[in-house]
Design a protein around this ligand. Structure first.
Ligand SMILES: *Cc1c(COP(=O)(O)O)cnc(C)c1O
Length: 398
């Protein structure tokens, strides 16, 4: 997985492009420490850094999270795990998604921990484990009714019994994703947990319970301590974003700000036609400024038409449509704007703020998903800021 632009180390962006995503490592550290406080010392934390750490840059984010209290990492794809290993990260990395037969070799070679839920998966891993003379740890995924990957609850015992026959495989973990925690009722979640606990009791009685049982992603961590088991898997909350409207920890801090600068500004006389196909015209004398970021940097930006950005701590309306590489803002009412002035598309500027959730809503991807920053393309350089001072380096619970 190659990135077009990748800062070599925090704070050093190679690109000088006047459009960038600022990633605050001190906020990230704050968030993982807050999760640690919430779950306590005895529960392990597996930080989910899939999809380039939800757009924040997986390698840089993973390093800070591990240093600040995460015990392990999780990704969705084998490629994402390989990227972490190539960057020198040695912590256990669980691949949450299905792996293809061709990928078994890579999993074992890079010491990744696969999710398994089929007999074919066991066979493929056993073959490669033998080839490399390694014991391969895997996590079994159980599906409580999401209809997605994972074996049905009632087949767990049989499956683990079968897995025990493969000499070079070890079922280190067993996990489920609690779909009911994403906006379902408390009763629905409790019902799912009851089933899950019943199944675990059976496994324990049969001596088949894997050492690491995990179920809670962000909403479970926020609302259901009974879902913690041995380990939790925070994703979206690490980045200081709400899981969905009304499901957030207000103490968490947004990690990313999307910024740009005015690169051009001009006065436009009333009556001037503007835009492709002369779709717009100036109804009065206007001062328009060009912001050099567009839907080529993340399709959701296309839907910013009619939206706002922050400049000089005030909201300025987007004028006309968003193009692939730029858009215009109407700064007629904002005194003293000039080329070079900073523009904030997502985040705080002065006393004003535009959240990722607001932009997601505007783009039509709100509701179940309050974030859109994971959709930023690799064309936007990620710039890492926020020094981790001594108080952030003890990694403890202070
Ligand atoms: C993405 C994912 C997570 C993290 O979910 P969030 O809602 O972002 O906290 C946890 N577990 C699995 C299996 C996932 O796919």
């Amino acid at each position: 997985m190659q990135q077009l632009v990748k800062p070599k180390q925090p704070g050093m962006a190679r690109s000088m492009r006047p459009a960038w995503a600022e990633v605050r490592l001190d906020h990230l550290a704050h968030n993982i420490r807050r999760i640690r406080k919430r779950v306590g010392r005895d529960i392990r934390i597996m930080a989910v850094v899939k999809a380039n750490a939800y757009g924040h840059g997986s390698v840089e984010v993973a390093k800070v999270l591990l240093e600040q209290g995460a015990d392990r990492l999780a990704v969705a794809l084998v490629d994402e795990g390989v990227e972490l290993r190539r960057a020198g990260i040695e912590a256990p990395v669980l691949v949450l998604g299905m792996f293809g037969r061709e990928e078994a070799d890579v999993i074992v070679r890079y010491g990744l921990t696969p999710m398994v839920c089929t007999t074919e998966g066991l066979r493929d891993l056993q073959r490669v484990a033998r080839k490399f003379h390694k014991t391969v740890r895997f996590h079994l995924r159980v599906d409580p009714g999401m209809g997605s990957v994972g074996i049905p609850m009632e087949e767990c015992k049989r499956f683990l019994h079968e897995a025990g026959k493969y000499p070079d495989l070890f079922p280190e973990g067993l996990f489920t994703h609690l779909p009911s925690a994403y906006g379902g009722t408390r009763e629905e979640v409790e019902e799912d947990l009851r089933h899950f606990n019943g199944m675990l009791a059976e496994l324990t009685a049969a001596g088949l319970r894997p050492p690491l049982v995990h179920a809670a992603s962000s909403p479970g961590i926020l609302n259901f301590p009974a879902s913690y088991f041995d380990m939790v898997r925070p994703g979206i909350m690490l980045y200081g974003l709400p899981v969905y409207e009304g499901c957030a920890d207000p103490e968490l801090k947004p990690v990313m700000r999307l910024k740009s600068r005015i690169v051009y500004q001009k006065d436009v006389r009333a009556g001037t036609k503007l835009g492709y196909g002369n779709r717009w015209h100036a109804e009065r004398n206007l001062k328009l400024a060009t912001v050099p970021i567009g839907y080529g940097d993340g399709l959701f930006l296309f839907f910013m038409e009619g939206g706002e950005v922050l400049i000089h701590g005030q909201k300025a309306p987007i004028f006309g449509q968003v193009y692939m590489d730029h858009f215009m803002i109407d700064v007629t009412e904002i005194a003293g704007t000039a080329v070079g002035d900073e523009v904030v598309l997502i985040g705080r500027q002065g006393e004003s703020r535009i959240t990722s959730a607001e932009v997601a809503d505007r783009s039509g991807i709100g509701g179940m998903h309050c974030d859109c920053v994971h959709l930023l393309s690799s064309r936007i350089p990620r710039v890492y800021i926020g020094k981790l001072d001594e108080s952030f380096r003890d990694g403890g619970l202070s």
